[in-house]
Design a protein around this ligand. Structure first.
Ligand code: ZN
Length: 171
């Protein structure tokens, strides 16, 4: 993760651009088991000012998540554009969730931490295969059948029992 470490004390004032390609291994390092695979492009625009650092993250691409309905992986589009602000010194009034404080003793900013956090908070609460234009889930068919069978098990069994009784002449 070294490429994500910015030694902000030595970089010049003004704008700096960083580009990252994020793949599965990024989330393995963060122990993020929710993300099964990833293909993301990240553009970071860092602006070092006299009083603070402003960092804009532009994150675009696909992560694959497990569908809550069928458990198979589906592609979830990620589109994030978010700025954060870093101030140095003791933690002040916590008025803005996008404002971070770094102790003067720190000399590095780990961009990967912010990138991971931004992606995690932007994952959907409801994780299912998207619906098609008729409003039907696009879960793979075999899994849908499987789920239907599980749901219907309780109601199907008694009917089969009745039929079996008729067939066996025990009714
Ligand atoms: Zn599904």
């Amino acid at each position: 993760m070294e490429e994500y470490l910015i030694t902000y004390k030595t970089i010049e004032y003004g704008e700096h651009t960083f580009k990252f390609d994020i793949r599965d291994s990024f989330f393995e390092k963060y122990d993020n088991a929710d993300i099964l695979s990833a293909n993301l492009k990240v553009l970071v625009l860092l602006n070092k000012k006299k009083t603070h650092i402003e960092i804009n993250f532009d994150i675009n691409g696909i992560v694959s998540l497990a569908c809550d309905r069928c458990l198979e992986a589906f592609d979830n589009t990620i589109k994030i554009n978010q700025s954060i602000y870093i101030q140095f010194g003791d933690e002040g009034e916590d008025t803005d969730e996008n404002l971070y404080f770094l102790p003067e003793s720190e000399y590095e900013i780990d961009l990967s931490k912010f990138i991971n956090e931004l992606i995690v908070v932007n994952l959907p609460m409801r994780r299912v295969h998207p619906e098609d234009k008729n409003g039907n889930p696009t879960c793979p068919n075999n899994m849908l059948e499987y789920i239907k069978n599980i749901k219907n098990e309780g109601s199907i069994d008694p009917r089969w029992n009745e039929l079996n009784k008729l067939r066996d002449g025990t009714s």
